[in-house]
Write a new protein. Structure first.
Length: 309
């Protein structure tokens, strides 16, 4: 059923725009490792460890080694301020929203990518079209994000995936090509209720099982972005197979707030299809990867004594 648009829907254009370690699955001196254990990198109280192995990684297909895997832990002191980084220009068309989909691993919202609804500027040389956005989350509120900041994990992370329509003919081609994808990462933290997110969460009962889809109606992704548009950027990869190293990551510094029951709603989804043994969709993140020789650049300056508390 299509739903009436929220006030921030429509065509929007903006240009102002320790702890324990999650065991790595990925490259380590050129060798690929099978995940044996999942932990979280955060001082998050007594429940820090998550020992579940996600179904996606139980029997991973052989993957080539690489030099720019994602996600990573971002450290303030190691990021380099780049004054050449301009604000990211975001221009999304709510009418291009197609449907919401339980992929069996993620909650994903698909968009018609035949128009120029997307992003430009920032660290990007070309405009990139919006293909989809999806979320990663944990079994509890203490972890769930793929990226971490100073070893701190957030409860969830939103990824908005775009492709380079100047350099490539379609998303499939761009996904494995150089400078093919640009992904915006937005952290979610506990706080006030998020009304735009609630519009999406109301559809979840219709897509509880794997491979189920539901119409969402016009939806404006800009409503899910933080008001502060400071960001980090680095060259990286997809965090699900085929793990292509084609991504320019743009991670917003500030999270958005969501209510506790909204986070809990994500966990009502299932990895399993209808008729299969039910398996809750939780901990759908890839463990942290080494930074290697890459540089993380920031669009903002950090005080010498670090970020304000």
């Amino acid at each position: 059923m299509l739903r009436a648009p929220l006030s921030c829907r429509g065509h929007v254009t903006s240009s102002a725009f320790s702890g324990l370690v999650r065991q790595r699955w990925g490259t380590l001196r050129g060798h690929w490792l099978r995940p044996e254990r999942w932990c979280v990198q955060a001082p998050c109280g007594p429940r820090r460890r998550n020992n579940a192995v996600h179904p996606l990684w139980k029997d991973p297909a052989s993957s080539p080694g690489g030099t720019r895997p994602s996600p990573i832990n971002i450290r303030w002191r190691d990021s380099v301020y780049d004054p050449r980084l301009q604000p990211l220009s975001v221009s999304y068309d709510a009418a291009s929203c197609l449907h919401v989909w339980n992929t069996g691993y993620l909650l994903q919202v698909e968009f018609d990518d035949t128009d120029w609804s997307g992003i430009s500027g920032g660290p990007l040389e070309n405009p990139y079209r919006l293909k989809q956005f999806h979320f990663h989350w944990g079994a509890v509120d203490e972890w769930g994000s793929e990226h971490t900041v100073e070893d701190h994990a957030y409860p969830a992370e939103l990824h908005l995936v775009h492709w380079n329509a100047v350099k490539y003919q379609n998303y499939r081609e761009a996904a494995t090509g150089e400078h093919g994808l640009a992904v915006i990462g937005v952290f979610l933290k506990l706080g006030a209720r998020h009304e735009a997110l609630q519009e999406l969460l109301e559809v979840l009962p219709d897509i509880k099982h794997k491979d189920s889809r539901a119409a969402l109606g016009p939806f404006q992704p800009s409503c899910l972005l933080p008001t502060c548009r400071d960001y980090w950027t680095y060259p990286g990869s997809l965090t699900t197979p085929p793990l292509s190293e084609s991504v320019t990551w743009i991670i917003y510094k500030k999270p958005i707030e969501v209510a506790q029951d909204q986070l809990a709603a994500f966990r009502t989804l299932l990895f399993s299809a209808l008729g299969e043994k039910e398996e809750a969709m939780v901990n759908n993140y890839r463990p942290l990867q080494p930074l290697m020789k890459r540089k993380v650049r920031s669009s903002f300056q950090t005080p010498e004594d670090g970020p304000a508390a």
